[in-house]
Design a protein around this ligand. Structure first.
Ligand SMILES: [Zn+2]
Length: 154
């Protein structure tokens, strides 16, 4: 077959085509093992970016001031290291494309469920937060294990 006739664009990429970018990899390192496992799997389906994991005190309080969060430092799964919350969206990120964000939210929750990991998705909140996922029950774990929030710029 002449070179020009080769298919160079595959609209239905095969399993395992995508890989995380450097920022995502840095974020994944901050996550609890359950989220790391979820991240290992979701990238096989879609081109996800993990764009936030841990937040120190300043970052958390800025999120509150910007009306992006109701949780003060220590009240969010983002404030722990390893973190019990992450932000994941498929790139390119289109914040207003709720249809795509919802579909991918279902994907993340479904993949996590098959791994036996129960996540809470911010897309189900009254204040729609489609990129946010947190481990169900993280507050109980923190209390039980006496884990303190980590105030570090990450
Ligand atoms: Zn969040």
């Amino acid at each position: 077959m002449p070179k020009s006739e080769r298919i160079v664009y595959n609209p239905n990429p095969i399993w395992g085509t995508y890989t995380y970018g450097e920022r995502s990899k840095t974020m994944i390192e901050q996550l609890c093992p359950e989220f790391q496992l979820v991240c290992d799997h979701i990238i096989k389906y879609e081109d996800f970016a993990i764009y936030e994991a841990h937040r120190g005190r300043d970052a958390q309080e800025i999120a509150v001031m910007d009306d992006k969060s109701d949780a003060h430092f220590g009240e969010s799964g983002h404030n722990y290291l390893p973190a019990f919350a992450m932000h994941a969206l498929v790139v390119p990120i289109r914040w207003k494309d709720h249809k795509t964000i919802r579909r991918n939210g279902g994907l993340v929750l479904g993949v996590a469920a098959t791994l036996g990991i129960d996540l809470i998705w911010g897309g189900n909140w009254k204040r729609f937060d489609g990129g946010h996922y947190e481990l169900r029950g993280w507050q109980e774990r923190v209390k039980h294990d006496g884990i303190e929030p980590t105030d570090r710029n990450t």
